[in-house]
Design a protein around this ligand. Structure first.
Ligand code: ATP
Length: 148
Protein backbone atom coordinates (compact mmCIF):
# COMPACT_ATOMS: atom_id res chain seq x y z
CA UNK A 1 0.00 0.00 0.00
CA UNK A 2 1.23 3.51 -0.84
CA UNK A 3 1.33 5.77 2.19
CA UNK A 4 2.24 9.35 2.86
CA UNK A 5 4.71 8.84 5.69
CA UNK A 6 4.64 12.55 6.60
CA UNK A 7 0.92 12.43 7.29
CA UNK A 8 1.33 9.21 9.17
CA UNK A 9 4.08 10.71 11.36
CA UNK A 10 1.88 13.77 12.03
CA UNK A 11 -0.84 11.44 13.28
CA UNK A 12 1.52 9.57 15.57
CA UNK A 13 2.98 12.83 16.85
CA UNK A 14 -0.42 14.19 17.85
CA UNK A 15 -1.38 10.87 19.41
CA UNK A 16 1.78 10.44 21.50
CA UNK A 17 2.71 13.99 22.56
CA UNK A 18 -0.12 14.25 25.09
CA UNK A 19 0.74 10.80 26.45
CA UNK A 20 4.48 11.44 26.75
CA UNK A 21 3.99 15.09 27.76
CA UNK A 22 7.00 15.84 25.61
CA UNK A 23 7.59 17.42 22.24
CA UNK A 24 8.05 15.26 19.18
CA UNK A 25 9.56 17.44 16.44
CA UNK A 26 8.68 16.44 12.91
CA UNK A 27 11.03 17.56 10.17
CA UNK A 28 10.38 17.02 6.51
CA UNK A 29 11.22 19.11 3.44
CA UNK A 30 7.96 18.00 1.78
CA UNK A 31 4.44 17.57 3.12
CA UNK A 32 4.07 14.42 1.03
CA UNK A 33 6.62 11.59 0.94
CA UNK A 34 5.28 8.31 -0.41
CA UNK A 35 6.45 4.90 0.77
CA UNK A 36 5.17 1.39 0.12
CA UNK A 37 4.27 -0.47 3.34
CA UNK A 38 1.44 -1.92 5.36
CA UNK A 39 -0.04 0.95 7.45
CA UNK A 40 -0.53 -1.07 10.64
CA UNK A 41 3.02 -2.45 10.48
CA UNK A 42 4.46 0.99 9.92
CA UNK A 43 2.43 2.50 12.73
CA UNK A 44 3.60 -0.23 15.11
CA UNK A 45 7.19 0.11 13.94
CA UNK A 46 7.31 3.86 14.54
CA UNK A 47 5.62 3.41 17.90
CA UNK A 48 8.29 0.93 19.07
CA UNK A 49 11.10 3.38 18.28
CA UNK A 50 9.24 6.33 19.80
CA UNK A 51 8.41 4.40 22.99
CA UNK A 52 12.06 3.48 23.37
CA UNK A 53 13.13 7.07 22.72
CA UNK A 54 10.68 8.11 25.41
CA UNK A 55 11.84 5.47 27.91
CA UNK A 56 15.57 5.97 27.45
CA UNK A 57 15.66 9.78 27.35
CA UNK A 58 14.03 12.72 29.06
CA UNK A 59 14.14 15.37 26.32
CA UNK A 60 12.37 16.10 23.07
CA UNK A 61 12.30 13.46 20.35
CA UNK A 62 12.80 14.17 16.64
CA UNK A 63 11.38 12.39 13.61
CA UNK A 64 13.18 13.43 10.44
CA UNK A 65 11.94 12.35 7.04
CA UNK A 66 14.18 12.75 4.02
CA UNK A 67 15.31 11.27 0.73
CA UNK A 68 18.55 9.63 -0.25
CA UNK A 69 18.42 9.23 -4.02
CA UNK A 70 15.34 7.07 -4.67
CA UNK A 71 15.15 5.88 -1.08
CA UNK A 72 13.13 7.40 1.74
CA UNK A 73 14.93 7.70 5.06
CA UNK A 74 13.23 8.20 8.42
CA UNK A 75 15.37 9.00 11.46
CA UNK A 76 14.03 8.85 15.02
CA UNK A 77 16.42 10.60 17.36
CA UNK A 78 16.55 10.98 21.12
CA UNK A 79 19.06 12.69 23.37
CA UNK A 80 19.08 9.97 25.97
CA UNK A 81 21.40 7.51 27.64
CA UNK A 82 22.63 5.93 24.41
CA UNK A 83 23.66 2.35 23.69
CA UNK A 84 27.21 1.05 24.18
CA UNK A 85 29.00 0.15 20.95
CA UNK A 86 29.39 -3.53 21.98
CA UNK A 87 25.62 -3.93 22.42
CA UNK A 88 24.55 -2.35 19.12
CA UNK A 89 24.54 -5.61 17.15
CA UNK A 90 22.51 -7.42 19.83
CA UNK A 91 19.66 -5.05 20.62
CA UNK A 92 17.47 -6.48 17.83
CA UNK A 93 17.70 -9.97 19.39
CA UNK A 94 14.75 -11.29 21.32
CA UNK A 95 14.78 -10.50 25.05
CA UNK A 96 18.10 -8.65 24.82
CA UNK A 97 18.33 -5.67 27.15
CA UNK A 98 21.47 -3.60 27.57
CA UNK A 99 21.94 -4.00 31.30
CA UNK A 100 20.06 -5.31 34.27
CA UNK A 101 20.10 -2.02 36.18
CA UNK A 102 18.57 -0.21 33.24
CA UNK A 103 16.12 -3.09 32.78
CA UNK A 104 14.85 -2.82 36.34
CA UNK A 105 14.36 0.91 36.17
CA UNK A 106 12.39 1.09 32.96
CA UNK A 107 10.57 -2.24 32.82
CA UNK A 108 9.98 -3.86 29.46
CA UNK A 109 10.57 -7.27 28.03
CA UNK A 110 13.34 -6.78 25.50
CA UNK A 111 10.95 -7.78 22.72
CA UNK A 112 10.19 -4.40 21.13
CA UNK A 113 13.14 -4.23 18.79
CA UNK A 114 12.90 -7.89 17.76
CA UNK A 115 9.30 -7.21 16.70
CA UNK A 116 10.48 -4.08 14.88
CA UNK A 117 13.06 -6.19 13.07
CA UNK A 118 10.39 -8.68 11.92
CA UNK A 119 7.97 -5.95 10.82
CA UNK A 120 10.76 -4.22 8.89
CA UNK A 121 11.77 -7.43 7.09
CA UNK A 122 8.21 -8.20 6.01
CA UNK A 123 7.80 -4.66 4.67
CA UNK A 124 11.15 -4.44 2.91
CA UNK A 125 12.42 -1.75 5.27
CA UNK A 126 16.09 -1.66 6.27
CA UNK A 127 16.79 -0.68 9.87
CA UNK A 128 19.91 1.02 11.15
CA UNK A 129 21.06 2.46 14.43
CA UNK A 130 23.77 4.80 15.59
CA UNK A 131 24.29 5.82 19.15
CA UNK A 132 26.67 7.42 21.57
CA UNK A 133 26.57 6.69 25.29
CA UNK A 134 25.42 9.74 27.21
CA UNK A 135 24.36 11.75 24.18
CA UNK A 136 21.65 9.80 22.38
CA UNK A 137 20.46 7.39 19.75
CA UNK A 138 19.14 7.51 16.20
CA UNK A 139 17.22 4.65 14.64
CA UNK A 140 16.88 4.77 10.86
CA UNK A 141 14.22 3.24 8.61
CA UNK A 142 15.13 3.05 4.93
CA UNK A 143 12.45 2.42 2.29
CA UNK A 144 12.99 1.57 -1.37
CA UNK A 145 11.86 4.24 -3.79
CA UNK A 146 8.28 3.98 -5.07
CA UNK A 147 7.75 4.12 -8.85
CA UNK A 148 5.53 6.96 -10.01
P1 ATP B 1 10.15 -3.52 25.42
O1 ATP B 1 10.10 -4.85 24.76
O2 ATP B 1 9.08 -3.34 26.43
O3 ATP B 1 10.29 -2.37 24.45
P2 ATP B 1 12.89 -3.02 25.97
O4 ATP B 1 12.87 -1.55 25.73
O5 ATP B 1 13.83 -3.50 27.01
O6 ATP B 1 11.47 -3.56 26.32
P3 ATP B 1 13.66 -3.39 23.18
O7 ATP B 1 12.73 -2.34 22.69
O8 ATP B 1 13.80 -4.64 22.38
O9 ATP B 1 13.28 -3.82 24.66
O10 ATP B 1 15.10 -2.75 23.32
C1 ATP B 1 16.23 -3.57 23.66
C2 ATP B 1 17.21 -2.81 24.50
O11 ATP B 1 17.86 -1.83 23.66
C3 ATP B 1 16.59 -2.03 25.64
O12 ATP B 1 16.45 -2.81 26.79
C4 ATP B 1 17.57 -0.89 25.84
O13 ATP B 1 18.63 -1.32 26.66
C5 ATP B 1 18.13 -0.66 24.43
N1 ATP B 1 17.49 0.50 23.74
C6 ATP B 1 16.50 0.46 22.82
N2 ATP B 1 16.18 1.69 22.37
C7 ATP B 1 16.99 2.54 23.03
C8 ATP B 1 17.16 3.98 23.01
N3 ATP B 1 16.42 4.77 22.22
N4 ATP B 1 18.10 4.50 23.83
C9 ATP B 1 18.85 3.71 24.63
N5 ATP B 1 18.75 2.36 24.69
C10 ATP B 1 17.84 1.79 23.90
Amino acid sequence: ERLNIVRMAEGIKSRLEPVYKRAIHLKSPDSEVIVEADPDSLDQLLKIFLDNAYKYSSDDITIEIGKDGDEVVVDITDQGIGIPEEDLDKIFDRFYRVDKARARKTGGSGLGLSIADELAKVNGITLGVRSRVGSGTTFTLRFDGVKE
